[in-house]
Design a protein around this ligand. Structure first.
Ligand code: GTP
Ligand code: MG
Length: 585
């Protein structure tokens, strides 16, 4: 369930190398333990609405609180396709006839769009009642009244001819070039990890747009199932999402029954007449089938609707053209929502978690270890589990095990889904911050070292226990599903993909080790630290030329150094920047 990708970073001489040894040493001290490192993390505001940083004393919001606040906000919001030239001031004045506006922003996605949040939900109804259904010439319009509207100018000729004054917010990741420049300008590897996070994480506007898109889809699904809820899950809400990531949606029908209050007077009780089907799976397929049809025929802006109903987890995939999101709609997938909550919690516990996860995900994408196409690749979800596991293994641990989160749970946290115990404490403020103060730079290097030497042949990764366990089967990579504990979330990963991961992890650990020891310094104006890790490796170039990976590590390192030399700006074979880095999946 992942989105579009960009190419690989060029090993181009873009980075003016600003690190002097003295400056680097000073920065290493700063990015190390203590309050300065804490401040770096604290300035991050989680787009999901919570706050990050183990050192932060402000109360952190629960996942469910964030979801409810965002959902309610989205219900008061409309999406408007705008002409390119118009007065923003007059536009807002026109809309505020229907009630006060809390917030608005514009963005470009094959056209200019406005997202307008009213202070009250009633304003949306008032706006809709004053909105026309278009009359098309030869074509017929399906009169579906949604919150996705078009702004028309009654007298286009009479409008100001100057360019629009609106500032469009960015919904896509920065270009590889910009990212590379930013990384190279950083002061240390730790600083690079923070920079990568800031550049790629979902913005406030992007999060709003994700919740709004779910809310618009909910309006369509409500045609069949009034009172249903469409909730975002996965990387859109778990705080590990990168700009451009897909939008995973969960059609929640369980809420429907909960809203009615059965009246049992005397001996009587009324139930709805319903159709029965042989299994939950068939019910899911039938529901998704009609919702898919409905989105295809009546969903404004929903294009390329595919019903993928025979998958292990049946889904409807489509593009929401106006927002630019690739959407995957599922139902009966409550465990995935719970996994998102767990990841949100881990991401909010310590400011280093998200920085590390973003870098590892980006590194994996840059080396084609992950892919937008389903196959034998590691997924972002598995990579996140690996980072969490690694952070549980530090001494002292940076993250608690799932078992200890379960032990902290109160009665109201109890959660059992399809017979699986999914209980863990949901109030972040009940969890003690870690005493571990290891800097990000060290953690990244040790992550690669740890998994470069992990006994994958016999051990399983298990975030519930926070320790290696014997593999229960022969799959090359075994990562226990945290809630459905008999399942392996990386069962799809082949031995060759795992080997590629291990080789690249070793190479990356070695590169960071060299950096840490102060030698051999990269050639002037060459990418360094994290930027160097995101470049095509020796292994990548070998697989491109379809050669077998049989050379020993020392030889690979030698060729790596040669490849760096080859790509130095002084070299006649230096690239011209055509190879670009993958910045999102
Ligand atoms: P992106 O690659 O940025 O989209 O990350 P993602 O976390 O959103 O992953 P994806 O879209 O593939 O899946 C969405 C969510 O489904 C994940 O966050 C998990 O909660 C869940 N999920 C994905 N893969 C698995 C799996 O193999 N097993 C289980 N149990 N859940 C999964
Ligand atoms: Mg996703």
């Amino acid at each position: 369930m992942a989105a579009r990708s960009v190419g690989l970073l060029a090993r181009s001489p873009l980075c003016a190398q600003s690190r002097t040894p003295v400056r680097l040493a000073a920065v290493r001290l700063l990015s190390g333990a203590g309050p300065v490192a804490a401040d770096i993390g604290r300035e991050e505001q989680l787009p999901g609405g919570g706050e990050t940083g183990s050192e932060d004393k402000t109360p952190k919001k629960r996942f469910s609180e964030v979801q409810e606040e965002r959902r309610e906000q989205a219900q008061r919001t409309v999406l408007i396709h705008c002409p390119h030239k118009f007065s923003e001031k007059k536009f807002l004045k026109y809309l505020s006839q229907h009630g006060p506006i809390n917030n608005h922003f514009f963005y470009e996605s094959l056209g200019l769009y406005a997202v307008v949040e009213f202070a009250q939900k009633e304003s949306v109804g008032s706006l809709q009642s004053g909105t026309l259904t278009p009359r098309l010439g030869a074509e017929a319009a399906i009169p579906f009244r949604s919150r996705f509207l078009s702004l028309k100018l009654k007298n286009a000729g009479g409008q100001p001819s100057e360019p629009p004054s609106v500032r469009a917010s960015q919904q896509l990741p920065p270009s590889s070039q910009r990212l590379l420049e930013r990384l190279c300008r950083a002061e240390s590897v730790g600083d690079q990890l923070d920079t990568l996070l800031k550049e790629l994480q979902l913005t406030e506007e992007n999060v709003r747009l994700r919740y709004l898109t779910c809310s618009l889809i909910e309006d369509v699904a409500a045609a069949y199932f009034p009172d249903c809820t469409v909730r975002p899950f996965g990387s859109s809400v778990n705080t590990f999402g990168k700009l451009g990531c897909d939008l995973d949606m969960f059609l929640d029908l369980d809420e429907i029954g909960k809203r009615s209050t059965p009246k049992t007077v005397g001996n009587f009780l009324l139930e709805f007449q319903v159709k029965n089907v042989p299994s939950e799976r068939i019910a899911t397929q039938k529901i998704l089938s009609v919702i898919g049809e409905c989105l295809d025929h009546f969903g404004p802006g929903c294009v390329g609707v595919q019903k993928i109903l025979n998958a292990r987890c049946p889904l409807v995939r489509f593009s929401h053209q106006a927002s630019g999101f690739q959407c995957d709609l599922t139902t009966n997938n409550r465990i995935a929502l719970k996994s998102s909550e767990l990841l949100y919690l881990y991401g909010a516990l310590d400011s280093r978690v998200r920085a590390l996860v973003f870098s590892v995900r980006c590194w994996a994408r840059a080396h084609s270890l992950t892919s937008s196409i389903p196959g034998a690749w590691i997924t972002n979800f598995s990579l996140t589990m690996m980072v969490i596991f690694f952070l549980q293994r530090r001494s002292p641990p940076i993250l608690p095990t799932l078992e200890s989160l379960k032990a902290l749970a109160s009665a109201e946290d109890k959660c059992v889904i399809e017979g699986n115990n999914c209980t863990f404490v949901r109030d972040l403020n009940k969890i003690q911050p870690s005493r571990n103060t290891e800097p990000l730079e060290l953690l990244l290097k040790e992550f690669f070292e740890y998994f470069g030497n992990f006994a994958f042949n016999k051990n399983s990764i298990n975030i519930r226990q926070g320790r290696e366990q014997n593999k229960p089967d022969s799959s090359p990579l075994h990562i226990q599903n945290p809630f459905e504990t008999s399942l392996n979330i990386s069962r799809n990963v082949s031995q060759s993909q795992l080997q590629k991961f291990v080789d690249l992890a070793r190479e990356s650990a070695w590169l960071l080790q060299q950096d840490g020891e102060g030698g051999p310094a990269p050639a002037p104006r060459q990418p360094w630290g994290l930027a160097a890790l995101l470049l095509p490796s020796v292994r990548d170039s070998r697989s491109l030329s379809k050669k077998q990976n049989r050379r020993p590590a020392s030889e690979r390192i030698k060729s790596l150094l040669e490849s760096i030399k080859e790509h130095s700006p002084d070299s006649p074979t230096a690239t011209d920047g055509k190879r670009t880095m993958s910045t999102h999946t």
